[in-house]
Design a protein around this ligand. Structure first.
Ligand code: ASP
Length: 440
């Protein structure tokens, strides 16, 4: 197995490098960069994103049911649930504080007035031209923070779990599977056959996952080529370079120092070894931009090489792929403060506190799909705007257009940190809910 996974890792890395070269030197031409619907994107979607997504909903259902029936005892489950939520909230808050501190310190939005004006104009043009994003952003703006939360809460208590499955909304499926798993555990001998069935079905699902994962190198090649082909490397060195640099620095501090430190303090395991064991999931997150599509790979790595218990990761990872987004939270804080700086606003400490709180909430509300964080960022901008209301000034929504063009690159990196955050949680929670030595 380990030989095969080493091969797979090598293939993924090779296809990423080839994808970058193909994207930069063959696809990208600074006069006419390739468009969003280029064939490379369609092939990447077809070969990797769609097969992975096909697995996600049944995997979430089966894994939570099988995991919960293994835990059995509701009080143990309560401890695991509370610790998981506390871990997720705590690490996201730390991430946001890192982001807000870095962007306030480095001030990447304080640019030469001429450069700033050009960026603002280009941003407006991009915002006007991108109809899909514009509509998503405007829809999000029309919802208040309260209604966004009401929406999330009502997703947690679905009236029809099949409708949640059809519409790909994981929260309701997790809640239903949790209750059903507990009921199967409580049923003793009467439900023993069903417990065995779901356990075996989950194992079967993971075998299916291991087959599909072999598509990763091909899909990653096309997706990376498309990203580089649309953006081009020179952008990273352009006026948005310092914004990208601050996001990446924050992600690096959080992902390579803070999370490893937390993991080491709470479990005593070597965090970098664990990071290496999770490498295929991290590379897939980087290549696909989606923590939800990466979930099958994350589970495969965590429960295989990563040594996480099924009891913990079967519940912690599906939940994490929907609500735990350290990278997104950090990025939203940096991006919003950057945009306010660029448009000439000085944010006071109280407004930064608003950013910290709302960016955490917005990240929880973001789905594990590409660019979700860019859209939920509207919640943060709206909150800061309303706290500026007394001044009669507000940041226009079209400001988001400024960072729209480079979002994909930033998204690849924040999604990797999102998945890494989920994986560290699974490792930490393995201490609370270890598997029995006989495998049950
Ligand atoms: N792409 C991210 C994820 O799937 C969400 C985001 O920040 O846009 O985790």
């Amino acid at each position: 197995m380990s030989k095969a996974t080493n091969w797979l890792t090598a293939l993924i890395v090779l296809s990423m490098v080839l994808g970058v070269l193909f994207g930069e030197f063959i696809l990208f031409d600074s006069d006419t960069p390739i468009g969003g619907d280029h064939w490379t994107k369609s092939v990447g979607d077809l070969v990797l994103i769609r097969p992975l997504k096909m697995l996600v909903i049944p995997l979430i259902f089966l894994s939570v049911v099988a995991g919960i029936t293994r835990i059995g005892d509701p009080s143990k489950l309560g401890r695991l649930g509370l610790s998981t939520v506390a871990y997720y909230l705590g690490t996201m808050l730390i991430a946001v504080v890192i982001g807000a501190s870095l962007v306030s310190f480095f001030q990447p939005g304080q640019l030469d007035p001429e450069v700033a004006a050009t960026l603002q104009q280009d941003g407006q043009a991009l915002f006007d031209a991108n109809e899909t994003k514009r509509t998503q952003i405007q829809d999000m703006q029309s919802q208040s923070l309260g209604s966004t939360w009401m929406n999330i809460l009502s997703q947690c208590i679905p009236t029809n779990v099949f409708a949640e499955m059809v519409n790909g909304r994981p929260l309701g499926i997790i809640v239903f599977a949790l209750g059903f798993g507990l009921a199967l555990a409580a049923g003793g001998r009467r439900t023993e056959a069903a417990r065995r069935f779901f356990d075996a079905a989950f194992e079967g699902m993971m075998i299916f996952v291991q087959w599909v994962i072999w598509l990763t190198p091909i899909g990653v090649f096309f997706l990376v080529a498309w990203t580089v082909g649309t953006i081009g490397f020179a952008t990273i060195l352009g006026p948005l370079g310092s914004y990208i640099g601050v996001v990446l620095l924050g992600l690096l501090i959080h992902g390579a120092l803070v999370l490893p430190l937390i993991l080491w303090l709470l479990t005593g395991t070597n965090p970098y070894r664990f990071m290496w064991q999770m490498r295929r999931a991290l590379l897939t997150a980087f290549g696909t931009d989606s923590s939800s599509a990466t979930l099958p790979v994350t589970m495969d790595c965590a429960e295989g090489e990563g040594g996480c218990s099924k009891r913990a990761s079967n519940f912690v990872l599906p939940l994490g792929s929907t609500v735990n987004m350290d990278g997104t939270a950090l990025y939203e804080a940096v991006a919003v403060v950057f945009l306010f700086q660029l448009f000439g606003f000085e944010l006071a400490f109280s407004e930064l506190v608003v950013v910290v709180i709302t960016a955490t909430l917005a990240a929880i509300g973001a789905a594990g799909i590409p660019s979700a964080g860019l859209v939920t960022m509207v919640i943060v901008i709206a909150a800061v705007n309303s706290s500026l209301a007394g001044t009669g000034e507000a940041l226009p929504l079209a400001a988001i257009g400024v960072i729209l063009g480079v979002d994909r690159i930033v998204d690849m990196c924040r999604t990797t940190v999102n998945v890494w955050g989920d994986a560290t949680a699974a490792k930490v929670m393995t201490r609370i809910a270890p598997d029995d030595p006989d495998g049950d």
